[in-house]
Design a protein around this ligand. Sequence first.
Ligand code: PMT
Length: 400
Amino acid sequence: MLLNKKILLCVCGGIAVYKAVALVSKLTQAGATVKVIMTESARQFVNPLSFQVMSKNDVFYDTFDEKDSSVIAHIDLADWADLVLVAPATANVIGKLANGIADDMVTTTLLATTAPVWVAPAMNVHMYDHPAVLRNIDRLYADGIRFIEPSAGYLACGYVGKGRLEEPEKIVSIMSKFFEPQQKPLAGKKVIVSAGPTLERIDPVRYLSNFSSGKMGYAMAEAARDLGADVTLVHGPVSLADPHGMKVVAIESAQQMLEAIMKEYDEAAIVIKAAAVADYRPKYAAAQKVKKQDGDAVIELVRTPDILATLGQQKQHQLLVGFAAETNDVETYALGKLQRKNADYIIANDVSKSDRGFGADKNTVTLYGHDFQQSFPSMTKTTLAKQLLDVIVERSGVAK
Ligand code: PMT
């Protein structure tokens, strides 16, 4: 798959630079043509000559050192590449790319290219876990950048944890897979995804809701789109930008979410209910702002429709995937919902911990089917959504 592919390797400054030399060797052995750009810091670790020898090409590191006067080097390299790989990618370069900063040869080229960009981070375990780095990684995911997550193990700084540059053999195999003809198992299938909270009005200025940010549901919708599905995303009030390449329906209440989903339910192959739907709403939503009075007040609540259970009752050919947000006895409650709501899969998250579930960038879940279960360790919701869908599509046979 890598034969004659033009790969531009951007090397940043970290101890893992030595692995990048081996990476160039393996890429060229696989038939790729490799050109290398190094940051200033990368040159502190390895002499450009090593990359020159391995790639049999000039190595670039100075934006103003134009080796060929007929072209502008960083634009020429950006246009030349079939794929740009940043390995090792430091927190610094990830941060610059996420924020559109172009102040050296690597970062100007990264902004100038329209080729697919893959980023393979390598850094200290705490740096990789830092909220700023996670924020930048999530932003880059949203921009369409792909990641090769670092592996866990002994780090050069003495820590043991996640942060090691993935092994060159593994990176080469991921690159090779990337150039395989695209698999679109959900092409021609309609997938409805619900995301975010619902908002149940008390009066024009007050409401009942919850802390769902919509991130998990949006990630599921994007993963389904990337598998070729025709996606409708029905979401409650969130502050996320509309994802591209899908129909987006904004609703407010549980009743409106039910109606929006029912409109397309007959044609749906899969419905994924990641929304945190309010179970109760005020019996009456006052038309005017309710004035305070002496003493306590009581709001009478009534049940909202259970959307997933309604879909379960009317299920024909659809595959139903629910989520379960639990703080205790996760498995018991998740399996109960699987049966009661006639779902095919329930994805349970333990939302008692602040690093997952509501609002967090990462999640840790267990996927329950009627005859199996699989746990997924902590990872970004974007990565998790892809992995969950791959397993669900594979196991359910929905793509056939
Ligand atoms: O949005 P984020 O900040 O990324 O957070 C993600 C999440 C924690 C909200 C998500 O991962 C999640 O767990 N969503 C489901 C939350 C929830 O409402 O769980 P539940 O156990 O109350 O409901 C079980 C299932 O029934 C869910 O699929 C829910 O959408 C559905 N339901 C619940 C009540 C209702 N009236 N109608 C429903 O359809």
